[in-house]
Design a protein around this ligand. Sequence first.
Ligand SMILES: NC(=O)C1=CN([C@@H]2O[C@H](COP(=O)(O)OP(=O)(O)OC[C@H]3O[C@@H](n4cnc5c(N)ncnc54)[C@H](OP(=O)(O)O)[C@@H]3O)[C@@H](O)[C@H]2O)C=CC1
Ligand SMILES: O=C([O-])CC(=O)C(=O)O
Length: 283
Amino acid sequence: MKLDPSNLNIKKIFGVWMLRIGLVGCGAIATSIVNAVLEGIINPKVVALYDRSIYKAEKLGRLVRAQVCHSIDELVRKDLDVVIECASIQAVEEVAIKAIENRKDVIVMSVGAFKDLNLYQRLYSLAKKHNRRIYIPSGAIAGIDAIKAVSLGKIYEVTLITIKPIEGLRDSLEKQGFDIDKISEPTTVFEGSFSEAIEKFPQNINVSLVLHLASNYPTKVKIVVDPNISVNRHEVIVRGSTGTIRTTVENTPSKENPRTSVLAAYSVIRLIKDLSEPIVIGT
Ligand SMILES: NC(=O)C1=CN([C@@H]2O[C@H](COP(=O)(O)OP(=O)(O)OC[C@H]3O[C@@H](n4cnc5c(N)ncnc54)[C@H](OP(=O)(O)O)[C@@H]3O)[C@@H](O)[C@H]2O)C=CC1
Ligand SMILES: O=C([O-])CC(=O)C(=O)O
């Protein structure tokens, strides 16, 4: 059987079928996406980008000859298949609503925005009404495929234990008044629910929302700062009627942003690839 790429919702550009993407936020994750395009790991057309710092958008835009936009409104009106939000929790509502209303699919990286269940439900309805999809990549953790499957049975426990170096948590810890200079050994800086976790660590623990949304279970979170490690470590424990899942990742932090793991960027890069593939592996 011959594959017809027109069924994959992508367009032919210069004789090649290509997914057309727009990026909101031009930091670490967007830079990884652009690098993956330049290295030929994925082959979408980066049509447009926007960042509140025009300088960052111009710098990245030059590399892939993308149009630099001056607002989210301008970006969502471009000829795109998917808008990728890789900016901040505050950006999600505007990006997702405007993208969907302009008939684009959306990928959300700042998943912490869905702590607001109202926003999640409004976007769900809006996407359904406009026949669009919102994608939430697995991000910096492992096991989301299995956890989605397990969630169809009964779940008894979902726990995330995150251990990061000081640089991975510095901004949030400083805001909370921790005396960082006095931290010389692994120190628990948070224990509680996913919603409190994302409130206190908005740029460090989006993965707790990914886990909560995938499991549909009130996720418990523990955050440890360890001055002696160099990786972002996320341990996930899910106990359910099908058995127990434990996954651990020890992620290399991004050079551009030590809060963000390289795996988080690779997860969205993989999703972009899958959106143009005729066969998709994993749940
Ligand atoms: N789901 C997951 O597993 C993970 C999610 N994340 C989240 O993904 C997002 C992107 O991560 P990363 O690339 O590392 O972040 P960066 O901080 O490196 O880049 C984000 C860029 O977006 C800009 N920005 C923020 N808000 C807006 C806005 N409202 N409009 C336009 N531009 C904006 C930032 O500007 P400025 O510098 O001025 O703030 C910055 O230039 C973050 O929210 C992060 O917390 C990160 C890792 C894992
Ligand atoms: O990248 C990571 O290790 C996790 C992260 O920052 C987040 O979930 O916000």
